[in-house]
Design a binder for this molecule. Structure first.
Ligand SMILES: [Zn+2]
Length: 158
């Protein structure tokens, strides 16, 4: 298994002002349960639906994120997609509800910035999976899939 780069995301993506916040989160990850991590990033629900892409992030009426997974994903794709989509939560200001985007709207974003953000989310996912138990995440995804297939699953409020 390849080890994750030891460089921080802030060092690898100095042009993305939200990278340090992602590094801080990654530092805390080993002490947090998965559900705590999802809550900390304001993920309120997950769903498995037919999609063109492995996963996507949207904002629900209550201002929390909805994570959507493709219903044909393998558990490994789910785990990697979960990390990638968690990465996308960092370009929002979570102190606002609904979360305030820290990037221009997709139609105004340059191709270069779009690609950079996708690279950031992949790098976040890699760093995240190096700090969590990937097998456990895959097992959780498989278990959840049985229960949530084709309907959304609202995570409990604390
Ligand atoms: Zn993405």
């Amino acid at each position: 298994m390849a080890s994750a780069p030891t460089q921080t995301l802030a060092a690898r993506f100095p042009m993305l002002p939200f990278a340090p916040e992602a590094d801080r989160f990654l530092t805390a990850v080993p002490r947090m349960k998965l559900l705590e991590q999802l809550r900390a990033r304001h993920v309120g629900a997950v769903e498995c639906i037919p999609k063109w892409f492995p996963a996507g992030l949207s904002i629900m009426d209550d201002g929390r994120f909805l994570l959507s997974f493709n219903d044909v994903n393998t558990p490994e794709q789910d785990a990697e997609s979960l990390g990638h989509e968690l990465g996308h939560t960092f370009h929002y200001d979570l102190s606002a509800r609904p979360p305030r985007p820290l990037l221009p709207p997709p139609e105004e974003i340059s191709d270069e910035l779009f690609d950079l953000v996708e690279q950031f989310c992949d790098a976040f996912s890699e760093a995240w999976l190096a700090r969590v138990d990937k097998e456990l995440i895959m097992k959780a995804a498989e278990n959840q899939r049985e229960g949530i297939l084709r309907r959304s699953y609202i995570l409990e409020e604390e």
